[in-house]
Design a protein around this ligand. Structure first.
Ligand code: ADP
Ligand code: MG
Length: 714
């Protein structure tokens, strides 16, 4: 193997190798608290999460900002310059008391100017003639260079960058900063603690670093702070991002392993009688390829004596209930019970109805248990669940109440699993009998890109349903911007209505106020029913209406008595009107990609072609994405690209972004590599016991605490 210098392919010669420093890192020094001069700076450091020296080293510059040359500065400019001190002295000025002042003449290749530092008399000693400085401040006085040019310094630090060197003034690391602690001050701090880089450990085995072509960690940290090229910085940043991604994946995969090892589940690996009969003779359609693949995955998972933990992602209408029912029936044909839990009564009722439709003739008895199940009925259901007489149950949180006992719970399906808390999910698991835990299938209608799924649900096995069932009509989506577009849109709506179809008109989202949103919808309703849509029956629905009135509006529209439903985004969930073929969304720009995609899922549910008309700027990248794509997963990826991780609607609820350095989707490829390696490690050395993994184990404990490395029960 040839050794090269950091970020180059130049081999090191023998002399260089022999004089290379030997390091004895003492990582405990990185845990030392970071103390700053002044309470304000200290508070600012805490706010930035800079508590220890180690935190400081991980606070990477956002970019290398090109400094300006003195000759370029125009009075009033705030700028960073890289200069050399030519002369420096301190004095006091009588202005509102005595104010110590340091004045320096500083220069770069383009010229010289006078720099003034207030209230820091010691700087005259600290920055002797010849010192190279990065200064940030305000340029005042005369344009041009020379004595008339004055620069009031707001922040300053020594720098290695060469003043006014060829091709520009040089780059200055630019750090995420806050009030009380400027980027230049952080730069100075990092320089002051330069020695700390020596204390950084390399957690990755050399073998891996070679294979993945990653620089070592101390070099990467140094490179990230002091890089003078974007390439070096990026190489260094990626190495540090890899570490972060790897540790999260290791923690998740170990958690998965732990859960498997800690609990046993019934092996559902024989007796295909019921499910075969169901698939072949009772199911009113053939499965999509994705559904068939999901059934196989579920089969495989449940044939082992460890509980399945699988996430099934598919948008509304993708046919998740079929997969859920199959999973439940697998339990039944092995003599176990199955439970399906949904977050709301409406969803539970919908599932109950879908399941009955999918299983004609009630082959298997099934019950519905929600908060509004009458007492007698409830007592009856509970009795039959406890005795084992009732094999299948669909319900809400009511299913996890203490009073509910199962004779033999084999499978649990949890719909919209993110809407349940950890404790609620654990409560279902606790319905285990004789320490036999149920296999669990989690359903979610929020498609998320694989990169996010790996971060957020990396401890679950995931399956996607991307293909829509046959018979679904694709929706044509158009972006409407001009008055002419608007006229044509209403023409199109009237055309559909005359043909007997129905339409949704969705009013702008007013995030701050439901009241304002309701008012806007009411105004639009009043306008349309005497204006463009006066020949049709128009109804209104918004979140401020009484429940009864909302239900009535819905029922009128669903039955076809009304032609048009003017609504706020309350129609997002739980509406199925196959005869509705048009949706017009006002101010569509205000909605997120996934919200619009969910909204338009209300049309295209019947045998007719549907169109979605989005009002907003033609050039809006979000609206263009919706017009171009119908696949929710692809749209989620675009959303992620446009907004970045952590900003994504529907994922924010899963917690803040967990990474400091890594960025998704930018580092997606790196995440895949980290995942692959984490899988190898967990397969070969789950306890991280080998010498090669000793420092990786330490790093894991550092980030996630000792329980991240708790022994996995055999
Ligand atoms: P999801 O739960 O994902 O929203 P459902 O399972 O409720 O979707 O299915 C939506 C509708 O599509 C249901 O009426 C269901 O019967 C039907 N469906 C599901 N799978 C198929 C298929 N493979 N072919 C035709 N129709 C299907
Ligand atoms: Mg469903």
């Amino acid at each position: 193997m040839t050794l090269t210098a950091f970020a180059t392919s130049d081999p090191l010669d023998r002399a260089e190798l022999e004089t290379a420093p030997v390091r004895f890192p003492r990582p405990s020094r990185l845990a030392v608290k970071l103390t700053l001069d002044g309470a304000k700076a200290q508070r600012a450091a805490d706010a930035l999460g800079l508590h220890s020296l180690g935190d400081l080293l991980l606070h990477l510059p956002r970019d290398q900002r090109e400094a300006r040359t003195i000759a370029e500065l125009v009075p009033g400019d705030s700028a960073t310059v890289v200069v050399q001190v030519k002369s420096i002295s301190s004095r006091s000025v009588r202005r509102r008391g005595m104010r110590p002042l340091v004045e320096a003449t500083v220069a770069d290749a383009s010229g010289a100017m006078k720099a003034t530092f207030f209230n820091q008399p010691w700087l005259a000693q600290r920055y002797p003639i010849g010192t190279r400085l990065a200064l940030h401040g305000k340029f005042e006085g005369r344009r041009g260079t020379g004595v008339g040019a004055k620069f009031t310094v707001q922040a300053h630090a020594r720098t290695d960058a060469v003043a006014g060197s060829e091709g520009g003034a040089g780059a200055v690391a630019h750090y995420p900063a806050t009030d009380g602690l400027s980027s230049t001050q952080i730069l100075a701090l990092v320089r002051e603690h330069r020695g700390a880089f020596e204390e950084v450990l390399e957690p990755l085995p050399a073998r891996l670093r070679v294979r993945e072509r990653l620089p070592d960690r101390p070099a990467a940290l140094t490179g990230a702070h002091f890089a003078h090229s974007d390439q070096t910085f990026e190489l260094a940043r990626r190495r540090l991002a890899f570490d972060e991604l790897l540790l999260v994946q290791l923690a998740l995969l170990r958690r998965r392993l732990e859960r498997r090892a800690a609990s046993s589940a019934p092996e559902l690996n024989s007796d295909r009688e019921l499910t075969s009969r169901w698939l072949e003779t009772m199911l009113p359609f053939t499965l999509t390829g994705d559904q068939a693949a999901a059934l196989e995955a579920v089969d495989r998972d449940m044939s082992y004596p460890q509980p399945m933990q699988r996430l099934l992602m598919g948008e509304v209408g993708s046919g998740k209930t079929v997969v859920a029912l199959y999973t439940l029936l697998r339990a039944v044909e092995h003599g176990y019970q199955g439970a399906l839990m949904a977050p709301t009564e409406t969803l539970a009722e919908q599932h109950f109805a879908t399941v009955q439709k999918l299983m004609p003739g009630a082959v298997v008895p099934i019950g519905l248990l929600t908060g509004s199940t009458p007492g007698r009925r409830r007592a009856d259901l509970l009795g039959k669940l406890a005795s084992g007489e009732l094999p299948l149950i669909v319900g809400t949180h009511a299913l996890i109440e203490d009073a509910v006992r199962f004779a033999r719970l084999g499978v649990a399906v949890v719909d919209e699993q993110h809407r349940f808390g950890v404790r609620q999910r654990a409560a279902l698991d606790a319905k285990a009998v004789n320490d036999q835990h149920p296999h669990v299938l989690h359903l979610t209608a929020t498609p998320i890109p694989r990169t996010l799924a790996l971060s957020q649900y990396g401890d679950l096995d995931a399956t996607q349903l991307r293909e829509l069932p046959a018979g679904r009509r694709p929706i044509k989506t158009f972006v409407c911007s001009s008055d002419r577009d608007r006229e044509r849109a209403y023409d199109r709506i009237r055309e559909e209505l005359r043909a007997g179809r129905q339409a949704f008109v969705v009013c702008p989202l007013v995030a701050e106020s439901e009241v304002l949103q309701a008012r806007a919808a009411t105004a639009e309703f009043e306008r349309l029913r005497v204006g463009e849509l006066r020949d049709f029956r128009v109804v209104l629905m918004h979140g401020q209406m009484a429940t009864g009135a909302k239900q009535e509006a819905m029922a009128t529209f669903a039955s076809g008595e009304a032609d048009v439903l003017v609504a706020t985004s309350v129609i997002e969930v739980g509406i199925d009107v196959p005869n509705a073929t048009v949706m017009l969304v006002e101010d569509a720009d205000r909605y997120g990609i996934s919200q619009l995609h969910q909204l338009r899922g209300r049309i295209g549910r019947g045998p007719h072609d549907s169109i979605c008309l989005l009002f907003g700027a033609k050039e809006s990248p979000r609206l263009r994405a919706l017009a171009a794509h119908s696949d929710g997963f692809r749209l989620a990826e675009i959303d992620l690209e446009l907004r970045g991780e952590g900003e994504l609607v529907g994922t924010r609820q899963h917690g803040e972004t967990i990474y400091r350095i890594a960025e998704l989707p930018r580092d997606a490829e790196l995440l895949e590599r980290a995942r692959r390696y984490a899988e190898e490690v967990v397969a070969d050395d789950p306890e991280l016991m080998s010498a090669e993994h000793a420092l990786l184990a330490d790093a894991l404990v550092d980030v996630f605490g000792a329980e991240a490395l708790a022994p996995i029960r055999a």
